[in-house]
Design a protein around this ligand. Structure first.
Ligand SMILES: Cc1cc2nc3c(=O)[nH]c(=O)nc-3n(C[C@H](O)[C@H](O)[C@H](O)COP(=O)(O)OP(=O)(O)OC[C@H]3O[C@@H](n4cnc5c(N)ncnc54)[C@H](O)[C@@H]3O)c2cc1C
Length: 443
């Protein structure tokens, strides 16, 4: 297709950058895609190809009644290059979509390279381009020099270099008979669910935590922890009382069933207004997922907890999107700049590619002077946009897509059918939205 639209620069030829470039090419733009490989590799990237999967070859569930399966389906309906390549290069993996990673990257690079309107520049970008519309998609391991440039743009305090994520459990899986709702010293509303422990339970929990298996650190992850964000098991190893005086302190909390202060308390904080998801406060961790499940289920009230997200601490460059980005992934302070991929505060291959897809559509609309129309929050794409641009900027942390980020369903729907209802509602909303934005396509 001959380019008729404005030339747009995309920095980073990973999952988000390739998808953004593709969407721009589809809309008739000339695209300058800048990728630093093979001149320079991040500590995790190994292949010279574009769209490299740095770790697992799985893109997780393919079933639309699962949130990430739904996100994939939405992307397919929006002509996603990443999804097309994944479907063609899929390898058998049950209900998951796993791919032959080399074929996957090769196919994406081949499709992009065949486009006459694409200029592929193999250089590290160290400064934000001074003019023209630009999509920044340099990922969780953005090169140091470019991260410095982003920091100067956003303010250093709004650029983070690692995640310290606490696990999130599904509200319905909490045993309400074993926890009590209260805020410390009775201040404000009874906003927290408190899981009380007596001394014996606490000591058993502490012991299990200190002996649990951790995910080994990779060489490039030997960061220094901030004292305020230490993994829970690191705090525990400093002594048997450190948790009871730290993240599990019971001060200002009285268990209404005993009238007494528990020996220790684990607090659960709502992640959403409806209480679909709860965060285990201060429990950022590097324990393996099976160990998190085993040990955190020792907490009174969480014996049958279902985990919507496991805790983690890992290297990750991302910005404080709720403070910095519009729902079109545009920098509030400089609207010609868009961000896409994991750097926006989503987590995961598919989520990152989805943000590339939306940034591509939006940048094209911006170039054409068209209105920005974010996808509705009922869609998986829209739910992710809401999470990264409409949550509390003080507590913002990256998330995978999950139904807990969607507006709740109305009516009483059995748990086993909810995924299907979310998916049906999303795909109807997506079709309406697509009609609106397709009217504005350049092609
Ligand atoms: C070690 C690690 C393992 C992960 N494992 C998984 C997993 O198993 N499953 C999962 O779903 N998610 C995983 N993720 C999270 C995330 O989904 C992936 O990192 C995903 O690739 C992010 O997509 P992206 O397009 O934002 O960034 P990337 O895919 O990393 O793409 C960014 C691109 O920008 C390039 N680049 C960086 N700086 C510059 C610069 N200054 N100039 C030019 N080019 C530059 C990089 O070389 C890279 O090609 C992992 C992340 C990390 C760090």
């Amino acid at each position: 297709m001959a380019a008729t639209g404005e030339r747009i620069t995309v920095v980073g030829g990973g999952l988000a950058g390739c998808e953004a470039a593709w969407q721009l090419l589809r809309r008739g733009h000339r695209v300058r895609l800048c990728e630093m490989k093979p001149e320079r590799f991040s500590p995790a990237h190994k292949s010279p190809l574009l769209a490299e999967l740095v770790c697992s070859n799985s893109l997780r569930s393919n079933a639309p009644e699962n949130a990430v399966g739904l996100l994939k389906e939405e992307m397919r309906r929006m002509d996603s290059l990443i999804m097309a390549a994944a479907d063609v290069t899929a390898v058998p993996a049950g209900k998951a979509l796993a791919v032959d990673r080399t074929e996957f990257s090769r196919l994406i690079e081949g499709r992009l390279a065949a486009e006459q309107s694409l200029d592929l520049i193999r250089n590290e970008v160290t400064e934000i381009p001074a003019t023209g519309i630009t999509i920044i998609a340099t990922g969780p391991l953005t090169s140091d020099a470019f991260a410095g440039a982003i920091g100067r743009l956003t303010g250093e305090e709004s650029l983070y270099f690692y995640d310290a994520i606490s696990p999130i459990v599904e509200g319905e899986s909490i045993d309400r008979g074993r926890v009590f709702a209260a805020s410390r010293y009775g201040h404000g509303e009874a906003d927290y669910l408190n899981c009380p422990m007596n001394r014996e339970t606490y000591e058993g929990f502490w012991k299990a935590l200190t002996e649990a298996e951790e995910v080994p650190l990779r060489a490039f992850e030997e960061f220094k922890y901030f004292e305020g964000c230490l993994p829970i098991e690191v705090i525990a190893r400093r002594g048997i009382e450190t948790l009871a005086h730290g993240p599990m302190k019971p001060v200002g909390l009285t268990d209404p069933r005993t009238g007494a202060r528990p020996y220790a308390v684990v607090q659960l904080r709502r992640e959403d207004k409806e209480g679909i998801l709860f965060n285990i406060v201060g429990f950022q961790t590097k324990l393996t997922w099976p160990e998190q499940r085993r040990i955190f289920r020792m907490i009174p009230g969480l014996e049958k907890a279902e985990f919507a997200r496991y805790g983690s601490v890992h290297r990750n460059t991302f910005i404080n999107s709720p403070a910095l980005l519009t729902a079109a992934l545009q920098l509030r302070s400089d609207p010609r700049l868009f961000l896409a991929g994991q750097i926006t505060g989503v987590e995961g291959y598919v989520e990152s590619a989805a943000m590339g897809l939306l940034a591509g559509i939006n940048a094209s609309r911006f170039a054409a002077g068209r209105e920005m129309i974010p996808p509705p929050p009922e869609t998986a794409c829209g739910a992710l946009i809401s999470h990264i641009t409409n949550t509390d900027r003080k507590t913002f942390q990256p998330m995978n897509v999950a139904f807990g980020l969607f507006p709740p369903l109305t009516g009483r729907i059995p748990k086993k059918d909810r995924g299907l209802h979310y998916a049906r509602r999303a795909l109807i909303a997506l079709a309406t939205w697509q009609e609106r934005i397709t009217n504005g396509l350049l092609r």
